[in-house]
Design a protein around this ligand. Structure first.
Ligand SMILES: Cc1ncc(COP(=O)(O)O)c(C=O)c1O
Length: 353
């Protein structure tokens, strides 16, 4: 039997949108008028509510504070020149969300609740999606164990929520990276492939050390040997050697990025050879030394594409060349054209609200 999940809506009395300076946004600091909340209790999802954005009440014994059962997604809504609003590949995020839920022993969220919740919420706060280069509405679905009690066992109550934040481009300034040779982000059989909050907590300390050395990000390598490139803090990684684009294959340590898949497809559409295979630090450094290393860039929802200006691995430092026609610029433009409804949606990635 399929249960129809209704969504009840309680609107704000007055929008706060007029108090927002959209030309001066700090990423992830401003939230729209409404949020969605849906509770899982007694083995089932209850009625989802869209209500004014604001604090939620939980007790100090709430399980998420003690055992870290918390997962999230990151996705965006875009507005075109006619004022229409689109989500980008939202079903992919729903699928990944439930893969994360399964790994963290949390209940899966029904497609109807996730997709209809997103659409209704974005539609209600449509004015918060601004039209213009780099502007979007960042959507943050997440789930926490909300049961009270400090016994180390999965919760019996969960909250699925969606909050939304108007966004400009994520990264500012040049990005240089350290290739990890000591710390690891994820291990075989672990939760690296899940969007689990703890993965990010574990990366903050090594990332702070990198920042102290003047590097903005870390490219993680495989935990067993530290020989192969995996991904960055919130981005998958591409390397261009000669005219080929290389990226690590997915495994249980790497987040299966939606942007990564889209960029691989766009590259193929543009006749670029893409190889999904392991890339060793040795291969990277040999290419840096013989001049065939042209580009390194990261891909992710928040930043789309981030060109890497330079890297450090142990004692070796390298500055990437500045190219007249980079793959990063080409593919970023092509992807944005689809997201902002400026190009034909060949692969059916846009979902109109
Ligand atoms: C660890 C990690 N890798 C890669 C990505 C890129 O994934 P996506 O393109 O789906 O945003 C993200 C960001 O969401 C991330 O947190």
């Amino acid at each position: 039997m399929t249960k129809t999940h209704e969504i009840v809506i309680d609107k704000v009395k007055e929008s706060k949108i007029n108090s927002i300076d959209f030309s001066n946004l700090t990423f992830g600091k401003t939230f729209t008028d409404h949020m969605l909340e849906c509770t899982w209790r007694d083995g089932e999802w209850h009625t989802a509510e869209i209500k004014p954005y604001g604090p939620i009440q939980v007790e100090p014994s709430c399980k998420v504070f003690h055992y870290g059962q918390a997962i999230f997604e990151g996705m965006k809504a875009f507005k075109d020149g006619d004022g229409d609003v689109f989500l980008f590949r939202p079903e992919d995020n729903w699928i990944r969300f439930n893969e994360s839920a399964k790994r963290l022993a949390m209940p899966e969220v029904p497609k109807e609740v996730f997709m209809e919740g997103l659409k209704k919420l974005v539609n209600l706060d449509k004015e918060w999606v601004r039209y213009g280069e780099g502007l979007s509405l960042y959507l943050r679905p997440f789930m926490i164990a909300s049961e009270n009690g400090v016994a180390a066992a999965p919760g019996t109550e969960y909250k699925f929520m969606i909050i939304m934040s108007p966004a400009f481009a994520y990264y500012k300034g040049d990005v240089r990276v350290i290739i990890a040779s000591e710390f690891s982000r994820a291990a075989d059989g672990g939760v690296g492939y899940a969007k689990a909050a703890g993965n990010y907590a574990a990366s903050f300390y090594p990332n702070n050390l990198a920042l102290e050395e003047g590097y903005q990000q870390i490219i993680w390598t495989d935990a067993a040997s530290h020989e192969y490139l995996e991904e960055a803090g919130t981005m998958n990684i591409f390397v261009r050697i000669g005219d080929k684009l290389l990226t690590a294959p997915n495994n249980d340590r790497i987040l299966n990025g939606v942007t990564r898949r889209s960029i691989m497809q766009m590259a193929k559409d543009h006749g670029i050879t893409v190889e999904e295979r392991r890339v060793s630090v040795k291969e990277l450094t040999a290419a840096a030394n013989d001049g065939s290393l042209k580009e390194i860039f990261g891909t992710g929802t928040a930043a789309v594409i981030v060109p890497i200006k330079g890297y450090k691995h142990e004692d070796f430092k390298f500055e990437l060349p500045t190219l007249e026609s980079s793959y990063a610029t080409l593919l970023m433009g092509a992807l944005k054209d689809i997201q902002y409804n400026r190009a034909e949606d060949q692969h059916g990635w846009r979902v109109k609200i």
